[in-house]
Design a protein around this ligand. Structure first.
Ligand SMILES: C[S@@+](CC[C@H](N)C(=O)[O-])C[C@H]1O[C@@H](n2cnc3c(N)ncnc32)[C@H](O)[C@@H]1O
Length: 677
């Protein structure tokens, strides 16, 4: 269930705005006051009286600690309230009474939030660098939340069988139960080199990411634990900010007073001026004094469509930004949404225009970027790579390939160029002008691994574009795909031009040689669909001066078995710590006699010093995980070794890390992950 209901928006939490309030016993009034204008969708409210201390109970008998749950029906609790855990709690305090009070209060507040079916609670920031006891209690709570879920589900499924009419009720309850309470840990985003930010009781610096990482490790990276970044008036370096993009950041709490704005990064230099112009001219918003825009802070959002958030700082109220980082969001790039989080007392001092600024910007800026994006369902989802040589792909897989229209456009362009290279325009037109019947030269093109035929279509479209004539041989070893190919040829009336070949390209006895050999066997790693093996087998029927498309490619980028396997994954929630590097290169055709398709490469990745500490969980475009994540200290390089090994029935990779520390060699002899020949 989303935090609030907002008409006209697609359903993703990224659209919702909240306002932070002081404790108020009268929750209906609090909601009415803060949500009635439509500016906010939910409140971030303390659930317990801040004066409550368990140790004082016996003396003063301070009960009840909160208002009755019945003041609201379950639905508003769940969709309009985020719980704010008491900020005074300090579970790592030297003071035993405070520590014990903190633990009891934390557990009571979470249990109360859970009872109210609240979706999320914001936990206060750890008070110092040492947070082991805090993390231990949070981990216990998270474990308890999970355990609470199972019996409910069993009880609920049971009557569905016998009482189908209860279905709608049951679905509603199931939704509540399956949306487990999430915990957002507030972390102050501080610069590692910021002299002002010191551990309260020692001289050591508190690195925000290290603090979060330590907490998260202690909680075993629990999936219900998120980070809410509290951005202060000075930002860490862009590189160290990048580390957060690999973390489950659900919110950023920002001290600021007016507005935020988005700019494509190439407008960055003009940003402060543009911000004023756009505010006034396009969005019809208040134009703020230039001294505010001068304070703008660019936050780089490292994504495909790099966008920047500009944050004019002035500590009056808090703005909370939620990542649009949900796998099913329809937005095609990573971005933030605006959630205003401010104390309602402070709120009174802020002209309403400022709130409207946030409202209008957040509604207008999102809409142009909405797009149906086929990759969204695959984000951050680890998939075992396909083995199209050994296995026969399913129809659905071909359909997924075919949705990548950009790929086929690029192929069509390459084929057009190859056609022009083989028969330049002048030559073709000279042939046409001859007085006697002398046919245009007909080029031979072979699509090896044709699948359902999208590359055959791209080839024929290229002939229309260039006016050249072609004879096409699609070669496909998957008999099911050949059936589809057959129908396509018939349906399109290509029988005179296209001759289907149903066999493995490595053993096909071609009736003639090809001018152009087209293939798409790269996979995510360049060679994991075994293009070197297949194309070496196919180059027999490419003319000596023929053209291969693609012609060269590089390896760009369980227990034991799962950590010795490469995965296909559309990485989205990721911090890219260093630029990608070339690993292996293959060239086609390759007539050298002493060639080997085994490879070895050692690579060093330099990570910018101002990145701070970081954790490496994997490498390359196809994801190779190290068995144990590699902890990087500022300034130390990552050294990895990579081997491509070939046997008589399989091809596999082995890899290891040798710096900053040495790992074992992964996947030795292809014991866990290999590609069958
Ligand atoms: C990645 S798919 C590409 C399919 C199609 N060209 C496309 O773009 O949709 C690779 C195709 O090559 C076929 N293939 C793989 N190895 C082959 C071989 N040795 N001989 C013939 N076909 C092969 C697979 O069956 C599969 O259909």
């Amino acid at each position: 269930m989303p935090l609030g209901e907002r008409a006209g928006f697609e359903k993703s939490q990224s659209r919702y705005r909240g306002v932070e309030t002081a404790f108020n016993d009268n929750m209906p009034q609090l909601l009415n006051f803060n949500l009635s204008t439509g500016a906010f969708d939910f409140v971030v409210a303390p659930l317990m009286n801040p004066s409550y201390r368990p140790s004082l109970l016996e003396k003063d008998g301070v009960l009840p600690f909160a208002a009755s749950d019945l003041v609201l029906s379950p639905s508003p609790w769940s969709s309009h309230v985020v719980g704010k855990i008491s900020s005074w709690i300090d579970l790592d305090s030297e003071d035993e009474t405070l520590r014990m009070d903190s633990e009891t209060t934390l557990k009571q507040e979470i249990a109360w939030a859970n009872h109210l079916s609240i979706q999320a609670c914001i936990l206060p920031s750890p008070k110092g660098a040492s947070c082991a006891n805090y993390a231990r209690c949070v981990n216990q709570i998270l474990l308890g939340l999970n355990n609470m879920q199972a019996p409910f589900v069993i009880q609920i499924y049971f009557p569905i069988i016998f009482f189908p009419f209860l279905f709608s009720f049951i679905v509603a309850v199931l939704i509540l139960i399956t949306s487990l309470l999430k915990l957002w840990l507030r972390i102050l985003l501080v610069k590692t080199d910021d002299d002002d930010v010191m551990d309260a009781n020692s001289t050591s610096f508190i690195d925000s990411w290290e603090l979060w990482n330590a907490f998260c490790l202690l909680c075993e990276h629990h999936s219900q634990l998120f980070v809410a970044l509290n951005i202060l008036s000075s930002l860490p370096s862009v590189n160290s900010l990048g580390c957060w993009f690999g973390e489950p950041v659900t919110a950023a709490i920002i001290n600021m007073d007016v507005s935020i704005f988005w700019f494509p990064c190439d407008l960055l230099h003009a940003a402060p001026m543009m911000m004023r112009v756009l505010n006034g001219a396009i969005f019809n918003l208040p134009v703020f004094p230039s001294k505010w825009t001068g304070l703008s802070m660019p936050v780089k959002v490292p994504s495909k469509a790099d966008y920047w958030v500009l944050l004019p700082f002035n500590t009056v109220c808090y703005f909370l930004l939620l990542y649009i980082n949900f796998p099913y969001s329809e937005l095609s790039f990573r971005c933030f949404t605006v959630v205003v989080l401010m104390d309602d007392l402070v709120c009174k001092d802020i002209p309403s225009g400022h709130i409207w600024t946030v409202l209008v910007i957040s509604s207008k800026v999102w809409i142009p970027f909405l797009s149906k994006n086929v990759e969204l369902g695959y984000r951050d989802f680890l998939q075992s790579p396909l083995q199209p040589l050994m296995d026969n792909l399913e129809a659905q897989t071909y359909e997924t390939f075919e949705r990548d229209s950009k790929k086929y456009i690029q192929y069509q362009r390459a084929i057009s160029k190859a056609l022009l290279d083989r028969v330049p325009d002048e030559e073709a037109s000279a042939v046409c002008k001859l007085p006697f019947a002398f046919p245009n030269p007909i080029l031979v093109l072979m699509v090896v691994g044709a699948g359902h035929g999208p590359l055959v279509r791209a080839s024929l479209q290229a002939t229309e574009e260039t006016g050249h004539k072609l004879k096409v041989y699609p070669v496909e070893k998957n008999p099911h795909a050949v059936v589809t190919l057959h129908s396509l040829v018939k349906l399109e009336g290509w029988e005179d031009i296209v001759t289907k070949i149903s066999c493995d390209m490595r053993c096909w006895d071609a009736p003639e040689k090809a001018d152009i050999l087209v293939s798409e066997l790269l996979g995510s790693l360049g060679d994991n669909e075994l293009s070197p093996e297949c194309l070496d087998g196919a180059q027999r029927f490419l003319k000596q001066d023929g053209i291969s498309i693609s012609s060269s490619y590089v390896k760009s980028h369980k227990d034991l078995v799962h950590f010795e396997t490469a995965y296909v994954v559309k990485l989205h929630n990721v911090a890219r710590l260093a630029p990608s590097q070339t690993v292996f290169t293959f060239t086609h055709p390759d007539y050298s006699t002493k060639k080997s398709i085994q490879r070895y490469k050692r690579l060093q990745f330099e990570i910018a010093c101002d990145t701070g500490s970081a954790m490496v969980h994997g490498m390359f475009a196809i994801f190779f995980p190290p068995k144990t994540p590699v902890c990087m200290k500022p300034g130390s390089p990552l050294e990895v070794h990579f081997w491509r090994c070939c046997g008589s029935s399989k091809v596999w990779c082995e890899w290891c890390v040798t710096s900053p520390d040495s790992s074992a060699i992964h996947n030795i002899s292809g014991r866990s992950y290999w590609v069958g020949l």
